[in-house]
Design a protein around this ligand. Structure first.
Ligand code: ADE
Length: 248
């Protein structure tokens, strides 16, 4: 069972998200262990200070190294006390490596993961240098804090854990897992505002449905994400053409 620790200035925000929906149910069922740690609890400042001005000048405040380091030491001690291997420590920063489903799969195979959330204008580089196994960015945009990024990473990792989704097919067919974008989905009614569900989906013919879905996934990927399309193995990118029907 995986353990995820989130080091944050806003543990209540992380708790609220992790207690919601599928991930929340799985948490209550004990499918994984999640702990949120308040970095502010580890400051030695009497005012509860966790940030300070940036050396060299510039706007905004920078999170100090020491409260984060002390929070991480306490977290690592929990693993040591449990006789568990050292967890992987990932700092959420816009300067990190872009996150992907492939990364989610790799993190999901770990026993322990610590996600560190920055705030203000960033974190003192020295604590990143001292503790980070890696830095992760959610994408080419800047959030006001690392929490939304950490929660996205935690969600994507936890839904790959055994027993979290009702059936593993839940994710095996979906966007990115296979390198393809997902095919379109429909539910009742079969005609909505004059738009009908593609007839093949009502045919009950499993092989035709699979072929249609695969074709749509490939087409969408080609149109919307040429970068992903280029990386597809040739047998998926251009499946063998159907034999033309013989004219009578
Ligand atoms: N913190 C602020 N922006 C971020 C981003 N894009 N990814 C991860 N952490 C962040």
């Amino acid at each position: 069972m995986i353990t995820i620790d989130i080091a944050t200035l806003f543990p209540e925000m992380c708790e609220a998200v992790m207690d919601t929906s599928i991930i929340g149910r799985a948490r209550r069922e004990g499918k994984y262990l999640l702990r949120c740690h308040n970095i502010r609890a580890y400051t030695t400042s009497h005012q509860g200070r966790v940030d300070d001005y940036t050396y060299g000048g510039g706007h905004g405040m920078v999170m100090q190294a020491d409260p984060i380091a002390r929070c991480l030491d306490a977290t690592l001690q929990l693993y040591a006390d449990a006789g568990a291997p050292r967890p992987r420590i990932c700092f959420m920063t816009p300067a990190g490596a872009p996150y992907s489903q492939e990364k989610a799969k790799a993190l999901a195979a770990l026993q322990g993961l610590v996600l560190v959330c920055g705030h203000y204008e960033g974190m003192d580089q020295r604590v990143i240098d001292a503790y980070a196994d890696e830095e992760i960015s959610l994408g080419d945009f800047v959030l006001s804090g690392g929490e939304l990024a950490a929660l996205a990473v935690a969600d994507s990792v936890l839904r790959l854990q055994p027993g979290v989704l009702k059936s593993p097919e839940g994710y095996e067919g979906e966007s990115f897992y296979t390198g393809l974008l997902e095919y379109p989905q429909y539910t009742r009614p079969d005609v909505w505002r004059g738009m009908a569900v593609p007839p093949v989906l009502l045919s009950g013919h499993a092989a035709n449905i699979d072929a249609w879905r695969m074709g749509m996934a490939v087409r969408r990927t080609r149109q919307r994400r040429p970068d992903l399309y280029k990386a597809l193995p040739p047998e998926i990118a251009s499946p063998p053409a159907k034999k033309p029907k013989k004219k009578k």
